[in-house]
Design a protein around this ligand. Sequence first.
Ligand SMILES: Cc1cc2nc3c(=O)[nH]c(=O)nc-3n(C[C@H](O)[C@H](O)[C@H](O)COP(=O)(O)O)c2cc1C
Length: 328
Amino acid sequence: MQLRNRIALAPMAGLTDVPFRTLAWRFGVGHMVSEMVASKLDLWHTQKSQLRREALPCAAPTAVQMAGNEPAVMAETARRLVDEGAELIDINFGCPAKKVCRRAAGSALLGDLDRVAAIVETVATAVAVPVTIKTRTGLVVDDRIGAAAVRAAEQAGARMVVMHGRSRACKFAGAVRFAAVAEASRDLSIPVLANGDIDDAQSAVQALEQSGADGIMIGRGAIGQPWIFQELAGAGTPTLAQRLHIMCEHLDHMHRFYGLQQGVRIARKHIQAYLQRLDAAALVPEFMRLDTAFAQVAWLSALTEATILEQQQRVKAKPPLAVNSLSC
Ligand SMILES: Cc1cc2nc3c(=O)[nH]c(=O)nc-3n(C[C@H](O)[C@H](O)[C@H](O)COP(=O)(O)O)c2cc1C
């Protein structure tokens, strides 16, 4: 399977939904995975699970991430996902969240490599699409379990690995260790994407150099700036006016996708991130107080118009350049 390029968007539950992935794809991301869905089929018909499984009509491959710990149950879920249109199945062996690990899934499975191998093998045998995994460097710093896990996963049939350069115990704290990603991927023949704290061209280059990985995956660094994929490809940053229009469009898509009530809550996370990146964090509390979709749209439209007007006036106010004749 050919991915569009080697810069991927990380799955982030509650953030990298259809509206966000629509923008990321437009700005040139090479690969995207759905937010994690539980493998238990009794949750299949909940609205949350359905929205998470929804595919983008324009993007390919449609990749769905699942978490779980029972190989047979996961294989059955993977078959269903493929029947629904999934073209790639990603398995989460990296999530440190208590909710996931209590059920011995996500990064907790790094403590049971036989099960990691059994899950990958059973799922890869059950479906005819590529199976990939996302994991961490280990359970604790320096234990090298991540390296053993990716080797086991490759032997069991995994076709690509994403490694977050932190251990499970580190959660999101401390420096990312891309050297550990390099060490883990040294003996692999499948592609590896390095992940962790990449949010601009400099950190992207550093991650690629230090990990020796085939590509990178960006999570939080894309929130509030989905155009990062365009920037990394050297196509520049949208103007301030364009960025504000993108925010308005994103807001509208969130309201349509989730409905007005839930849309208002989800929008707060994203608009807050955009404002912070625009050095307008002082405006965040004002936006957070808005409690209807209509109020959010009106507020953001007013901000956009005022900002663009101010910019135009600033340009007009500049004294014209003296273009006098010149004798020589
Ligand atoms: C809010 C949030 C939700 C996440 N949800 C998932 C998830 O559903 N599946 C997964 O594999 N990783 C998940 N992650 C981990 C990210 O995919 C990524 O590995 C991590 O954030 C490190 O990359 P970053 O520094 O680029 O954000 C989540 C992270 C965050 C912050």
